[in-house]
Design a protein around this ligand. Structure first.
Ligand code: COA
Length: 467
């Protein structure tokens, strides 16, 4: 396997008592020949193109684990080469077609697998709130490199002195969404454990195709691609974008979640019938209101809250559940900060519900047509592009609240037991937030939120005070 060092700007790092040394880096290719040639991407794949989704799984040493310590990397590498036979697009590379559209070149170049080691113990990471330490556990990606050289998947195994490990997993958002990313890694773990493939990925992306030709007059407005509001008095977002940010992981007990849901439903508009506000709508409304207050907005401040929807079951006919790609669309709920914070929480939840309700099958196909009609998708980046510091700014006065509530995140067992923690990797864009279920399955929810450092303490206080 060829050695690839082009994304390794440093071979060791130092950060407050944590030194990470890279021992090994290789490109892992499918163990059998796989289809070669271009694979069309959908319009949905081509927004937010230059980002990878980073997640990290942590494992503590156990009896079986210690016996396997020296073979972990080999186990990962051989099982990866086998799983890539089924998920071969991930071993390919992106390529610009005309500078404006991307194609996925299935060429088996491989996935990058890195082995690193640190003289720190897992305990240095405390409660695993994303911190600057995480930058050493997640391999940096140089987006300035030609796109056809950037692996679509980059995995870093970091061994801690105590015997624990971190497995970080960054996967290109141009190729998959969260559901597909998890499908891949769980199937990989199946093979690593010696089990067989559970469900093959559904690789045909033609199911999500714009009209041919696309309708010139989409029947919906696609305001989700408009630039989000700016802070009143500012002509661009540059000042806000440069501000230091910090992350908080805020736990909500099952009772607190129920209280938020009940509170929002007390003022649910009559025309919503029996469909009560969900936990997501209630929690997202609460985050939105607390952010407006913590940021000290004036009453008239317009604000947008971006929501990412899985459309597998929203289109008619529904997509195969193992559709492999980006089956997501973003929509934006809008409001005025003063209204959001002074009116009951059911108002914020109703703004969110209205945005979600827009997403019918017709809306999805109209979005595809709208995007197909755009000459240059490379300039159109959605909320997922925030991580690469490009595209629209969903920081102050805006937010993105992405639900991982229904994603099968937990129980990733490569043969040495389940993780003790999993979470988002680097997470440093103002306004970027995720709602995750608690690891124990006991109704807890965790809000992983990144805000400007100057607002975070007020946010935390309001977040619990206002329940
Ligand atoms: N029967 C009855 N109720 C059901 C049900 C079923 N089969 N399945 C789900 N529900 C209920 C749940 O109990 C839940 O309500 P609760 O949270 O109050 O308990 C509710 O229906 C969930 O419905 P859902 O349609 O998922 O709405 P939501 O408000 O929770 O979430 C979205 C809205 C847009 C976030 C969600 O639909 C979505 O698309 N999530 C995927 C996001 C994603 O892909 N993230 C990764 C991005 S890369």
């Amino acid at each position: 396997m060829p050695h690839n060092n082009c994304y390794l700007p440093k071979d060791q790092f130092n950060y407050i008592n944590m030194r990470v040394v890279l021992n090994n880096s290789c490109l892992v290719q499918p163990v059998e020949p796989t289809r070669n040639g271009p694979m069309s991407l959908t319009e949905f794949d081509q927004t937010g193109v230059l980002t990878h989704i980073p997640t990290v799984y942590f494992y503590r040493p156990s009896g079986t684990w210690l016996a396997q310590k020296d073979t972990i990397f080999t186990t990962l590498r051989t099982s990866l080469s086998r799983i890539l036979v089924h998920f071969y697009p991930l071993a390919g590379r992106l390529r610009w077609l005309d500078g404006a559209h991307l194609v996925l070149e299935c060429n088996g170049k491989g996935v990058q697998l890195i082995e690193a080691e640190t003289d720190a113990d897992l305990d240095i990471l405390g409660d695993f709130t994303p911190s600057p330490h995480f930058h050493h556990l997640i391999h940096p990606i140089n987006y300035k490199a030609p796109i056809e050289e950037i692996p679509l998947v980059i995995v870093q195994l970091t061994k801690f002195k105590c015997g624990g490990i971190a497995l970080s997993y960054s996967i290109s958002h141009a190729v998959v969404d969260g559901q597909s990313a998890l499908h891949f890694i769980f199937e990989w773990a199946n093979l690593a454990r010696g089990d067989s493939l559970g469900n093959a990925p559904f690789l045909d992306r033609k199911l999500l195709r714009a009209g041919d030709p696309p309708s010139a007059q989409p029947c919906f407005e696609h305001k989700q691609f408009d630039p989000p509001p700016l802070l009143i008095g500012q002509s661009n977002c540059e000042r806000e974008r440069k501000k230091e940010t910090t992350v908080a992981m805020l736990k909500l007990t099952k009772i607190q979640v129920e209280m938020l849901k009940n509170e929002a439903n007390k003022t649910r508009p009559f025309n919503y019938g029996d469909r009560v506000f969900t936990r997501y709508e209630a929690i997202a409304a609460h985050i939105w209101r607390c952010a407006c207050r913590a940021r000290g907005h004036i009453y008239e401040q317009p604000t947008g809250l971006a929501i990412c929807l899985d459309i597998r079951n929203r289109v008619q006919p529904p997509l195969p559940q193992k559709y492999f790609g980006n089956a997501i669309v973003d929509v934006v709920a809008t409001g005025c900060s003063g209204d959001l914070v002074t009116r009951p929480s059911g108002y914020a939840a109703s703004r969110i519900r209205e945005a979600i309700n827009k997403v019918s099958s017709e809306f999805v196909y109209s979005t595809l047509d709208y995007l197909k009609n755009l000459k240059d998708l490379s300039r159109l980046q959605d909320i997922h592009a925030m991580k690469a510091n490009q595209g629209p700014f969903y920081g102050n006065p805006n937010l993105g609240v992405i639900s991982w509530m229904e994603l099968p995140l937990y129980g990733l067992d490569f043969g040495w037991g389940k993780e003790i923690f999993m979470g988002p990797g680097t997470h440093d864009c103002d306004g970027d937030s995720l709602i995750l279920p608690g690891l124990d399955g006991d109704g807890f929810m965790v809000v992983a939120l990144c805000l400007q450092a100057g607002c975070i303490e007020d946010f935390k206080r309001l977040f619990y005070e206002d329940i």
